[in-house]
Design a protein. Structure first.
Length: 279
């Protein structure tokens, strides 16, 4: 009798399950000596970041406000944030960071907007241990996908209830079905009529509401989602070709991908990969 699921089928199901939670998830430890300065004032972060500082100190400038990040603190940087960071060590600077982004189905920030902020917690050691587990689990392959998800959400359970957030502006729910579809299926060819029908609107009314609430067109929004995913891939997968990244992000042409990438980021994919760090 043929088994209902082969071993390879089971792996595919696990990978698909992880995809239903995250579009990106990666953890790593970073070490610098003496001083380090990072300028992301013109380069919005492509994914969310959570970091625990274990050595040194940091001053972060966001919207003309300076935030102190000290040993034992947890730093949360939302996707899309622009800021500058200045690190000081005596002599070493060391921190562990989790880089992640949610699928629309699992996104806890659909109705609220978190800001860049430092969170003081008595559970720094636990958070640090769980952050350190994730890269080890990912190296073991898809059999550990559920353990990766469990480790990430155990961190979120401690940190997210302490986040300061603001509510998304009124009316956003009108286009939420379209937002969800775009974020889940940005690799596909999506028509305006398909989105309008999903929101029970005419195409013209949907287009007007979408632009009013998001500040951009559906096509531009879809491209920004795709390029955000591409930025995370370029950094976390340094050996993956630009052509492969373009294909995985739903672009039929690497030339068009490079054009859209430069329009949104001001840099080519290769320049971005060379010059950008992840925190």
């Amino acid at each position: 009798m043929k088994p209902i699921l082969s071993h390879s089928d089971n792996k595919s199901m696990i990978s698909a399950r992880k995809e239903s939670f995250f579009t990106a998830i990666r953890a790593a430890k970073y070490t610098f000596m003496h001083r380090e300065y990072n300028d992301f004032l013109h380069s919005p972060r492509p994914v969310h970041n959570l970091a625990v500082l274990t050595k040194g100190s940091c001053e972060i400038t966001v919207n003309d406000t300076v935030i102190d990040f000290n040993c034992g603190d947890v730093l949360f940087i939302p996707k899309g944030t622009v800021y500058a960071s200045e690190w000081t060590g005596n002599p070493q600077i060391s921190f562990t960071s989790l880089h992640f982004d949610f699928t629309a189905a699992a996104n806890p920030f659909l109705s609220c907007v978190p800001s860049l902020q430092v969170i003081k917690t008595d559970e720094e050691r636990f958070v640090k241990e769980k952050l350190s587990e994730i890269p080890e689990l990912r190296e073991r392959g898809t059999d550990c996908d559920f353990q990766v998800i469990a480790a990430a959400y155990s961190i979120f359970a401690i940190v997210f209830p302490k986040l300061k957030t603001s509510m998304i502006k009124h009316g956003y729910g009108l286009i939420q079905p379209a937002i969800t579809l775009i974020e889940n299926r940005f690799r596909e060819d999506i028509k305006i009529k398909q989105l309008a029908d999903l929101c029970c609107m005419s195409e013209s009314r949907f287009f007007a509401w979408f632009k009013k609430l998001t500040g951009t067109t559906p096509v531009e929004y879809k491209n920004r989602i795709a390029i955000g995913f591409a930025k995370a891939e370029l950094i976390s997968e340094p050996h993956k070709s630009v052509e492969r990244v373009a294909e995985e992000c739903g672009f039929d042409s690497a030339i068009y991908f490079r054009r859209v990438f430069r329009k949104i980021t001001g840099k080519t994919p290769s320049e971005y990969r060379k010059n950008e760090s992840v925190l």
